[in-house]
Design a protein around this ligand. Structure first.
Ligand SMILES: Nc1ncnc2c1ncn2[C@@H]1O[C@H](COP(=O)(O)OP(=O)(O)OP(=O)(O)O)[C@@H](O)[C@H]1O
Ligand SMILES: C[C@@](O)(CCO)CC(=O)[O-]
Length: 593
């Protein structure tokens, strides 16, 4: 694998030329072709009338070139314009995106050496990277979701600490622990972030800043072009959906892109090369996760980088985990409900450890049973005759969800709010529900049955083919609609937007009780790239819509983000169809010979 790959997997052109394979339409692409455009572009912050550093002639002494004189008089202006050379084009802005995840089977048991299955979801983080003129020697983070904004002077950062012999790491290195000396070196730069914010907020800001700075100082260099990283996410934070991993994946991918350590993604890329790029991003995302989490298992960043689903097992904490990609995992529509109940993963994990001390044999049996749930799902998903469109297969997977939840309840990691959500959803009969992640709050997931239930005689039944059932508020009666499912349709959804009207009524009911509902899809793409940040959205004749920082920041809420830059095509005919421009490494899609 070439270590100096290009975005399209071909040989990279000399700096200043248009890299092969990059669309030559759109303002961003024009920038690359027309150096004059750089000084008037909205990407840069060059002040009119003042020469950017790279307009100095080649013969200019180096120290002069890095300290341009200010034009104080018309004579000085004249002299400067005589000395000017054409600007080199600035890099156009680009974007990366990475998904959140859910644990489908096996949480908690995974802490005790059993396997778990986790899958990517269609909620995602989006990172926009734009470039400043070289005279502006800063790097800026704009993280509006957590109300954080901070600028560092690139030249002040502790580059020497990160480049000392024995400390320097390269993009291809495997880093499995944070270096305490390097953490110490960046601490003063983290401390200057949001010094006046309340402790709880400052902690969140510092975690993100730590993740960014550690990666930036490890992967970039003091000659790195000044830039702005703007991040927005549709993943609720701290709800067990891997929001931290998804931002670490975005940062890792963006920085590896900037130093040209990635190749592709492109359609003809061999699967091994796709995997190598994903692995490279994942390794550094794990480093970012360590900055936020301390001691993460690695499952979240692995799923967020590679997408789809994985079987994950860590028998020995001193060894790397077993990670088996589950290529056949179906893209199921998934209902996700956030309790909005904050929880601590550490507390829930400690509860189980405590139960194991008090009732060793019983707890061991429950953990073993959870391990068997995961095993059963894995066996089905990898069996030679597995048919992802089979109703029996969906029923099998669904029943395992229900069993897994019951076992988690007996471990004591559910919460009255999670039980309430399960009760409300069970009464509609629309699917199989379990808590996901650590429990004690956080989210519940429901794998939806393919046919919506029908209301008959005031009760919800579920074996009809009607398309517009109404939900019966049966929370006070004993009907158990989920017991008689008719899996009469394909288990592959044809759209992320779930069609069941029943979900709308459910949304109201859940919202009335303070819960938040998301409709998402399981097992989607991992990290994606939009280079340059130009989307077509059906207006090809104008060269596409360039996504600049302000546009991205002004997108209103989750819907606005998805509408502006979301990876899902609004005209998609199937789940794999993405919006034109976004590209993904999909090692499971073997290219035609
Ligand atoms: N949209 C975002 N913008 C900036 N920082 C974010 C964003 N989302 C997550 N983070 C960072 O990740 C941290 C959240 O990590 P935490 O582990 O608490 O939640 P999670 O990753 O959503 O849940 P889990 O790890 O249990 O799946 C935040 O404190 C913040 O530092
Ligand atoms: C509870 C747990 O199994 C899942 C948390 O998302 C903890 C872990 O795997 O680190």
């Amino acid at each position: 694998m070439a270590t100096n790959g290009s975005l399209d997997g071909k040989t990279r052109d000399a700096p200043g030329k248009t890299p092969a394979g990059i669309p030559e339409s759109g303002a961003a692409a024009r920038l690359l072709l027309d150096p004059r455009a750089a000084s008037t572009s909205s990407h840069g912050t060059q002040t009119p009338g003042r020469p950017p550093i790279d307009t100095m002639p080649d013969t200019m002494p180096a120290q002069f070139a890095s300290e341009p004189p200010t034009a104080a008089s018309p004579a000085a202006d004249g002299l400067l314009s005589a000395l000017r050379k054409k600007s080199s084009p600035m890099m156009p802005p680009f974007m990366v995106s990475a998904p959140g995840k859910v644990i489908v089977y096996g949480e908690h048991a995974v802490v005790h050496g059993k396997a778990a299955i986790a899958a990517a979801i269609s909620l995602r983080s989006y990172l926009h990277v734009s470039f400043l003129s070289k005279s502006n020697r800063t790097v800026k983070l704009r993280f509006p979701d957590i109300h954080m904004e901070h600028t560092w002077d690139i030249d002040d950062l502790p580059w020497d600490s990160f480049s000392k012999p024995g400390k320097k790491k390269y993009y291809y290195d495997l880093v499995t622990s944070l270096d305490p000396d390097l953490v110490l070196a960046i601490q003063p730069f983290i401390d200057e972030v949001s010094p006046k914010a309340p402790d709880s907020i400052r902690k969140i800001h510092h975690a993100s800043a730590c993740s960014f700075l550690y990666l930036f100082l490890s992967l970039a260099s003091r000659r790195t072009p000044p830039c702005v990283y703007t991040l927005r996410s549709t993943i609720p934070i701290g709800a067990g959906l891997g929001s931290s991993a998804s931002i670490s994946v975005c940062l890792s991918a963006a920085m590896l892109m900037q130093i040209r350590a990635l190749s592709g993604p492109h359609q003809d890329q061999p699967p091994q090369e796709c995997e190598l790029n994903i692995e490279r991003i994942n390794r550094w995302a794990f480093v970012g996760e360590m900055c936020i989490h301390g001691n993460p298992s690695g499952v979240d960043n692995t799923v967020s980088s590679g997408g789809k689903a994985v079987l994950f097992q860590r028998r020995d904490y001193d060894k790397p985990p077993l990670v088996i990609p589950l290529r056949s995992f179906p893209e199921l529509p998934l209902l996700l409900v956030n309790t909005r109940q904050s929880r601590s993963t550490a507390t829930e994990v400690a509860k189980v450890a405590n139960l194991r001390n008090v009732h060793p044999a019983l707890t061991e049996n429950i953990l073993n049973a959870i391990g068997m749930v995961t095993e059963s799902a894995h066996k089905l998903l990898t069996s030679p005759g597995f048919d992802p469109t089979s109703h029996a297969a969906l029923k099998h997977l669904g029943e395992l969800v229900t069993i897994n939840h019951g076992l988690l309840v007996s471990l004591g990691v559910s919460h009255p709010k999670l039980e309430r959500i399960r009760e409300i959803i069970d009464h509609t009969g629309i699917g199989w529900t379990k808590l996901t992640g650590a429990g004690g709050g956080g989210c519940a997931i429901t794998i939806l049955k393919p046919q919506p239930p029908q209301q008959t005689n005031g009760h919800t039944s579920i074996n009809s083919h009607t398309s517009s059932p109404h939900i019966h508020d049966s929370s006070s009666d004993d009907s158990d609609a989920s017991s008689e499912v008719d899996c009469a349709a394909s288990i592959i959804s044809t759209s992320t937007k779930l069609k069941y009207k029943i979900l709308d009524s459910l949304e109201v009911k859940l919202a009335n009780e303070g819960f938040e509902k998301f409709e998402t899809t399981l097992a989607g793409d991992g990290v994606g790239i939009l280079w340059p940040a130009v989307l077509h959205n059906g207006n090809e004749e104008e060269g596409g819509e360039e996504i600049d920082q302000e546009k991205f920041l002004n997108a209103a809420g989750t819907t606005g983000i998805e509408r502006l830059v979301g990876v899902a095509s609004s005209r998609r005919k199937n789940d794999r169809e993405v919006r034109e421009g976004w590209k993904f490494w999909r090692p499971w899609e073997v290219p035609e010979p």
